[in-house]
Design a protein around this ligand. Structure first.
Ligand code: SF4
Ligand code: SF4
Length: 750
């Protein structure tokens, strides 16, 4: 029998090379850590949105930051030589460690030679990565973590659950219980102030008695040998300046060419991280310092060592995909904007050191590929992409990690099924991954065999079988296969009798075509009502489903085939209209990895979400939406709750739906979640069903809240999986916006 979640320690499941550890960690996090993680990450996330909105040239800043990082990583070997020369010129010591063992040995030796007995330490993820504390302890050197969160974790013997707020999984009550249990104190410790005062008393003694200080470094400048320390508690300032021996440790990727580069990164880091304009303390030091507040009774000679750690990073630099990881400035925006991370935090969505969407790449690069298995929690929702100050395509990194892990798992893979399903030979994967990745084939045959396939898929015995073989959770309602696909049913829609106000080719994506043709039919009906000429393109798998499972070669082949279909229509003068937002995200975003640049740009410029295109036509031709879609004629009333798909938001195609619905006279409340938790196939998987539903709770609660003021609202969502998720949570029908508009056109008086 498996252990109850309450007795699973985070450290025991930090190594998630085995899937079972990942699943245990999710259970533990949902049961114990979720409320605190949710509160803290969402608070950071809200503050981040506000902070970046106040930066006038935010996008230009991001472009410049990205360009600096690209250039720095491209010439990293030279920069390392330069920074060494600068540090030595300043009177400090420099050590380039090829791995964690070498870095730890160097630091331990330096401390040993100076008879260091007590080290005060500022927060440093690199020191976590190389297990520095353990090495020092084995040498008889006491290490005192001085960041309050790190202090809590040291007391609890846990690994960080977040890049910036390592103890965000702790509520105040849990910290009180931990301190009382550990320090056997009768002090009340019932507020943040009391807890901080209590920790400060302990740490003050440590600072006063410390023989050495070890800090990290947010940035290191090659031209001056300066280090930047960004913090909110002031403990790193004391760590780096109070003891006469200061050792700074950082990954080699932290080196920037010049001190002049710092301004951009300092301007971006705090807003992206905690939502502050600037953190409480930002120190730019060029050690060894001569004017630091060294205690009067100590020798005034100060000693400084900069230890830069390779530990796989120079290898990542050569990796065609993982090299992008080295641009990361560890701001944590990608963690805080991630719905899955907001729900379980880094003890589930994280490894031994690094967490969140970017954490998998760090673990794979500095540790081992299989330690990145937790990247399975990246649903590819893309919400983090626009939040990253250096524009890292995090879901793309995770798809590639998934592909590589699929290859490592290949011994258990479904070679036979793979051949039957025509996946690319390079795409080895488990049966569930092939099942979810090749929905185009299952959808095609399911639709061909409907209604038999629908009847069979509802039989309890078959659901058990599907759960056992394909990993489809039996608690999920399965959307029925369409007996008449969109491609088939569309032939019967009457042609338009109005002036030509546009020409579109609707792309019958596989989800709409085989699973929800009524959305596509509604769109055709609406377009024709407005006077837009509509044809359907050929049906083709676009690659979205394959990409999400790490079947990258298959996705590429599908993307290429689909692009030929789309380009033919574009060159005949039609715009491409897509019903399913995740497929539109393929055309506007992901295909940059698969298609030749010109083709990608051409398709990107001519592809639209259905309502986005409609809104554009209405605006360009100055047509009144109420003439066609007056909300007063909607049979279910004018009150709506609208949830836009995560990828639709990322590609900037969500807002037109809201605008059009409001212009038509609807009273619209919109969801404020990053993602509904379903995220394509993610919520169907038996391993992730509970997490998916826990993520969905925020959205369900927002709907409930929006209905407190006067009854039900018609539920509207653009993504097919969002519709399924909202239906699962609230047991009510959910409509595509085009279905809402089509209902109105059907009520129009002759
Ligand atoms: S793509 Fe979505 S799920 Fe993946 S890391 Fe980014 S926000 Fe999280
Ligand atoms: S990947 Fe980007 S958003 Fe995430 S921590 Fe790194 S810099 Fe920040």
């Amino acid at each position: 029998m498996s252990a109850p979640a309450s007795v699973i320690s985070p450290r025991s499941v930090a190594d998630k090379s085995e899937k079972s550890a990942l699943l245990k960690a999710i259970r533990m996090a949902l049961e114990i850590e979720s409320p605190a993680v949710r509160h803290n990450t969402q608070t950071f996330n809200r503050a981040r949105y506000e902070a970046i909105a106040a930066i006038p040239d935010y996008n230009a800043l991001k472009d410049r930051a990205r360009a600096i990082k690209e250039a720095a990583i491209a010439r990293l070997p030279q920069l390392l030589e330069q920074v060494e020369a600068s540090v030595r010129r300043n009177g400090g010591q420099f050590f380039l460690a090829k791995d964690g063992a070498e870095a730890s040995a160097y630091i331990t030796r330096v401390c040993g030679e100076r008879q260091v007995r007590l080290v005060v330490k500022g927060k440093s993820m690199t020191s976590e990565e190389i297990h520095l504390n353990r090495h020092l302890a084995e040498a008889g050197i006491e290490v005192a973590e001085t960041d309050l969160a790190e202090f809590i974790l040291q007391v609890a013997d846990e690994q960080p659950s977040h890049l910036v707020g390592p103890a965000i999984h702790y509520s105040r009550e849990r910290i009180t219980a931990l301190f009382k249990r550990t320090f056997k104190t009768d002090l009340p410790l019932d507020s943040g102030e009391e807890l901080t005062r209590f920790a400060r008393e302990i740490l003050r003694q440590k600072f006063l008695n410390a023989d050495a200080g070890i800090s990290g470094a947010n940035f290191v400048t090659a031209d001056t040998g300066s280090i930047v320390l960004v913090e909110s508690e002031g403990n790193i300032r004391l760590t780096s300046q109070l003891p006469t021996l200061h050792i700074a440790i950082a990954g080699v990727e932290k080196v920037l060419p010049s001190r002049k580069d710092l301004a951009i990164f300092i301007e971006l880091l705090a807003p992206s991280s905690t939502g502050q304009g600037l953190t409480s303390y930002t120190s730019i030091l060029t050690p060894p310092l001569t004017s630091a507040p060294v205690l009067a009774d100590r020798a005034q000679t100060r000693e400084f060592h900069l230890v830069l750690v390779d530990n796989g990073r120079l290898g990542m630099r050569e990796d065609p995909v993982l090299h992008e990881t080295l641009y990361c400035i560890r701001c944590s925006a990608c963690l805080n904007s991630c719905a899955n991370f907001q729900t379980v935090g880094g003890h589930a969505f994280g490894g031994e050191t690094y967490s969140g969407g970017i954490g998998g790449s760090w673990e794979a690069g500095t540790n081992d590929l299989l330690k990145a298995r937790f990247n399975e929690l990246c649903t590819g929702c893309t919400r983090c992409i626009n939040q990253c100050p250096v524009r890292i395509d995090i879901p793309w990194l995770n798809s590639n990690l998934r592909e590589r892990i699929n290859q490592r798992d290949a011994a258990h893979s479904a070679g036979f099924l793979q051949k039957v399903l025509g996946s690319q030979a390079e795409d080895k994967a488990s049966i569930p991954k092939i099942f979810f990745g090749r929905y185009d084939l299952f959808g095609k045959w399911g639709a061909r065999l409907a209604p038999l396939s629908n009847w069979a898929s509802r039989l309890p015995g078959n659901r058990n079988l599907m759960e056992g073989i394909f990993g489809v959770d039996r608690r999920r309602d399965l959307p029925p296969f369409a007996a008449k696909t969109l491609a088939h049913a569309a032939q019967k829609v009457a042609p338009a009798g109005r002036p030509n106000r546009g020409r579109v080719a609707v792309f019958p994506d596989i989800f709409t075509n085989y699973g929800s043709p009524e959305r596509g039919l509604a769109a055709i009906e609406v377009f024709r009502e407005v006077g837009i000429e509509v044809v359907l393109t050929d049906v083709s798998a676009d690659g979205r489903a394959s990409l999400s499972q790490g079947l990258i070669q298959t996705a590429k082949k599908q993307a290429e085939k689909t692009s030929r279909i789309l380009l033919k229509h574009i060159r005949e003068g039609r715009e491409i209209v897509v019903i399913e937002p995740s497929v539109l995200a393929m055309f506007r975003l992901d295909n940059r990895h698969f298609l030749e640049r010109n083709s990608f740009e051409e398709i990107r410029a001519h592809s639209f979400e259905a309502v986005e295109y409609l809104w554009r036509v209405l605006q360009e031709r100055q047509l009144d939406p109420q003439e066609f879609f007056s909300a007063s004629r909607h049979p279910l009333g004018t009150r709506l709750f609208y949830h836009s798909h995560c990828q639709q938001k990322t590609i900037g195609a969500a807002e037109p739906t809201e605008s059009l619905l409001r212009a038509a006279g609807f009273d619209v409340v919109t969801s404020r979640v990053e993602c509904c938790g379903m995220a394509g196939s993610f919520g169907y998987k038996k391993e992730f069903y509970d997490l998916s539903m826990a993520v969905g709770e925020d959205l369900f609660n927002q709907v409930r809240g929006a209905e407190l003021d006067g009854g039900l609202r018609t539920l509207v969502a653009t993504g097919i999986s969002c519709q399924e998720q909202i239906h699962a949570g609230l047991q009510r029908k959910v409509f595509h916006p085009m279905e809402v508009l089509a209902k109105i056109t059907r009520t129009k008086p002759d």
